[in-house]
Design a protein around this ligand. Structure first.
Ligand code: 6PG
Length: 214
């Protein structure tokens, strides 16, 4: 069963997430899959200040928008500015989504296959309950393999590359962050086992009171 920890504020969620990621990396996790969106930004900044042997860590991404890596919408760019420019991981495997959904997904599938099973996967959640770029009711939820290209994301931009539910479920630890009242419906759905984010039975959720509906 997914486990939900409710903290008072978004700042406390970021602090707890950064501390747990650092603990996992100190405890032997060698691959860290980063989330996109805006929620994890503060967590990444705090994580960059913690004591971690980054030289033993491979960094991957859960999803990417089909834009160049220096584009304002790039998930890689967000992680680079908040974390990766400040630490020195052994390897950074960004998703080459600028190649387009199919080619980007095919190339990244090889990367994930070489690293899998993933040790630590961090995810955000959308207001509709999506994780990565896996949206409610989308055929990609049933995809075989480790990655899939998306052409019709309801959240812009429409073209994306994402790891699959299978790749996420196979991971050693999956942490999902949700903050703010806009995420309260998504959290409620996940608690009922509904929506993509409710389909990860082993997920550890860190949420603030607003996202918990309190
Ligand atoms: C993306 C994502 C996506 C994101 C959620 C939450 O590329 O858009 O990786 O799954 O994590 O939509 O986004 P926010 O943190 O911005 O609310």
């Amino acid at each position: 069963m997914a486990e939900f920890t409710v903290l008072a504020t978004a700042e406390e969620v970021a602090e707890a997430a950064a501390a747990e990621i650092a603990d996992a990396l100190r405890g032997g996790a060698r691959s860290l899959v980063l989330a996109g969106g805006t929620t994890p930004k503060r967590c990444y900044e705090l994580l960059s200040e913690l004591d971690v042997e980054w030289g033993r860590v491979a960094v991957l991404f859960g999803d990417e928008r089909c834009v160049p890596p220096d584009h304002p919408d790039s998930n890689y760019r967000m992680a680079k500015e908040t974390l990766l420019d400040r630490v020195m991981p052994a390897t950074i495997y960004r998703i080459p989504a600028e190649l387009g959904p199919e080619e980007g997904a095919d190339e990244y599938a090889e990367v994930v296959a070489n690293v899998a099973p993933l040790d630590f996967v961090l995810l955000g959640v959308g207001e509709d309950g999506h994780i990565g770029s896996l949206f409610p009711g989308h055929p990609a939820l049933h995809a075989d393999g480790l990655t899939i290209g998306i052409h019709d994301s309801p959240k812009p931009p429409p073209e994306r590359v994402t790891i699959t539910l299978d790749a996420i479920r196979d991971a050693g630890l999956v942490m999902i962050l949700a903050t703010g009242k806009g995420k309260a419906d998504a959290v409620a759905m996940a608690r009922r086992g509904e929506s993509p984010s409710g389909m990860i039975a082993s997920a550890r959720w860190l949420i603030d009171r607003a996202a918990a509906g309190q």
